[in-house]
Design a protein around this ligand. Structure first.
Ligand code: HPA
Length: 269
């Protein structure tokens, strides 16, 4: 196996290996299952292949509890193939930007014209948001200090998160709210002062993922649907410390609803 130094060539290599290992020629859609979303994946359809991400060139094993590090190929109810990434690499793991977006780049190289990015997030608007509620990402603020693109290649980000896909998700569930997702690098949760700042700046959810993958997917020409599961109010909003176990627990408790939502959206694509 030749492993390339160029991240785009590496993703193309991984896509070749993926098609072969999964026995699938082209995937229509890819879904990245973030913290708390892994249990929802079972609703997506019948698995036709499943293997550790590390079997493909360029994938590192995720180090976070609740991020499985597994790739699953699924045949959906409508007979299409979905690529499900159970787990992701985060910027805070310290491996740099390229491993963070490698899954999305590989998925697009394997045919995915739609990329669904899910995450767990702190809610910045407890006045209107409930813990356990999915919120469609309408836009983002990238406070990670990183960008998956380098060089003088100026990509328009007016509509990172597709209006068409958000409308489709609302056909499935008209009660879905929309919001602006803010990403910090992590791994610390935010301070109460940062949470107040983000509210002032127009953020609605805060987390440590998604924005770099969304940019990489747009760069590669895919449409993006982003969904945050609000697992807790942001730090300081309710006077209770945050912990990762609570984030995973909300995911387990809402898995059936989240899985059903994603399965229905994928079927409408
Ligand atoms: N902040 C950042 N990331 C998160 C949070 C949060 O409050 N909840 C789940 N992921």
């Amino acid at each position: 196996m030749i492993v390339s130094n160029d991240p785009y060539a590496l993703a193309a290599e991984a896509a070749v290996a993926l098609r072969e290992l999964a026995g699938v020629d082209a995937f229509e859609v890819a879904l990245v299952m973030g913290s708390g979303w892994v249990p929802a994946a079972d609703a997506l359809g019948e698995p036709v292949a499943e293997f550790p991400m590390t079997k493909l060139p360029g994938f590192a094993a995720p180090t976070v509890a609740g991020h499985g590090g597994t790739i699953r190929a699924v045949r959906t109810a409508s007979g299409h193939f979905a690529l499900v990434l159970l787990g992701r690499t985060h910027l805070y793991e310290g491996r740099g930007v390229e491993p963070v977006v490698h899954g999305v780049r590989t998925a697009v190289a394997a045919g995915a014209r739609v990329v669904v990015l899910t995450n767990a997030a702190g809610g910045l608007r407890p006045e209107t948001q409930q813990v356990g509620e999915p919120v469609l990402i309408s836009d983002h603020i990238n406070f990670t200090g990183a960008n998956p693109m380098t060089g003088a290649r100026f990509l328009d980000l007016t509509e990172v998160y597709s209006k068409r896909l958000r409308a489709l998700a609302r056909e499935v569930d008209p009660s879905l709210a929309e919001g602006v997702y803010v990403a910090f690098r992590g791994p610390t949760y935010e301070t109460p002062a940062e949470i107040r700042m983000l509210r002032t700046l127009g953020g609605d959810m805060v987390g440590m993922s998604t924005v770099l993958e969304a940019i990489a997917a747009r760069e590669a020409g895919s449409e993006v649907l982003g969904v945050s599961l609000v697992t807790n109010p942001g730090a300081g909003l309710v006077g209770k410390p945050l912990n990762h176990e609570e984030v995973l627990e909300v995911g387990r408790a809402t898995a059936a609803r989240m899985g059903g939502l994603l399965a229905k959206v994928v079927d409408k694509l």
